[in-house]
Write a protein that binds this ligand. Sequence first.
Ligand SMILES: *Cc1c(COP(=O)(O)O)cnc(C)c1O
Length: 233
Amino acid sequence: MDIETRKEHLDRRINSAARRVGREPSEIKLLAVSKTRSAETIRALAALGQHAFGENYLQEAVDKINQLDDLDLEWHFIGQMQRNKTAAVAENFDWVQSSDRLVIAERLSAPRPANMDELNVCIQMRMSDEAGKGGIAPEALFPLADAINSLPGLVLRGLMTIPENTTEIDRLKRIFRKMNSLYSRLKTRYDTVDTLSMGMTSDFELAIEEGSTMIRVGTALFGPRNHGKSSIR
Ligand SMILES: *Cc1c(COP(=O)(O)O)cnc(C)c1O
């Protein structure tokens, strides 16, 4: 299947999931997760109108961001954040979705170039003990949100989660519902919050039914990732 066909299929599935629960498809933003994909592949998808791309690995991402400099794309960092890489992330990305520590947020705040807009930040939540690396527990959310909200150069946009690797619908549903309720509380507290980032290739329809406003999709758009050992890669 070529990328245009995959994109059409995906758009159709997003539309029907939204309509099933009475939501407008336009309320759901598609983040194309382009880790391991070439700049040419990203360019082909951009030519079909895709605007937002997510990357996990800093050096790989920066290379592609530079190669695609002639396009007006929005870049989201969604990978594990290392302390010594925060400056490069702040300088190259428009969004960071994997913020889960105050020190990291502080380090992202400082180096944001003055000629750029504020860096959009989502807090990564860890919603079960089995979940992969990264994220904070719900109890820790509001203190971190308050701190991020007060840092210059950053704007708090919402929450992100990578649920545990399970096919149990009920478990996923519980996680997505809990996320949605934290998101609602966050929204009443900060008027900049408008993003609930949840749902990947295996579960984006359920995530949309449970209120997601941004799905992060790699495989369903680009096909299977062939290399890398970790399941997330
Ligand atoms: C790789 C990745 C995705 C996309 O995964 P697919 O299953 O290929 O859709 C989404 N979010 C994060 C944080 C990822 O690392």
